[in-house]
Unconditional design. Sequence first.
Length: 290
Amino acid sequence: MKRCLYCQANHDAESWECPHCNNAPVTLQGKPSFAPDLAKQCSGFRPEYFATLASLEQQNFWFTARNRLILWAIEKHFVDFDSCLEIGCGTGFVLSGIAQSFPGRRYAGSEVYSEGLSFAEKRLPRGTSLFQMDARKMPFDAEWSLIAACDVLEHIDDDEGALREIHRSLRPGGGLLLTVPQHQWMWSKQDDHACHVRRYSRESLLVKMQNAGFEILGATSFVSLLLPAMWLSRRVQTQTTTTLDPMRELRLACWLNTSLGYVMSVERQLIQWGVNMPVGGSLLVFARKI
């Protein structure tokens, strides 16, 4: 069901216009906008990064490794989903990977920055619904069978409020897939420039998810084998530079990118064999609405 953010009534109208109060969201760049005041002013990300991300994601070892891990988690836990919303879809890299691997489902992507949706539209299948939205005020009630939020929660001050909204927007038994940066002791200038509010511990995130009404199906760290190199790189970067290029970690020599991708492939195989990585630069959690 859609949920009108003006009168709070639920409805199943085909359009976004509420049949109860006749209100409809404004449009920005041709897309429905449910939080237009945040479309260009939110402090959780820098919209000028979208063009660079769109050009680098397809080849970068970290983005491709994360996508493969996400697809494995969906295949293992949520293979029967019929509809999927990605919150904070950015340039559409994750959602396009899901749509290619699981065709014939209903897909939608939201982004608080309307600029990102123009990049996502070029990647995603025709018929994918795209809209600008604040994850803390979602226009849905028991609408989706799967929601993904990949490296999104760390940008949101009220992450617990966002988790409650995700819970309300899922159907009973619906799945949630999250990835977040892990370990506060890994905080660096890179987190500042990425506009992160926090890095998570596994315990803190799982408690927040359970408090929001989720049953945890599984969790694992990733970027584990590369964690020492990641820690060292960020310490050196912090100590030797006064200005930081936030895209530097994505612009890698081909040989280095290939080598790191191989390490991530080994790690993914270990996870698929049932090895639960206790530490890592990132954390993957899959859960179900109860």
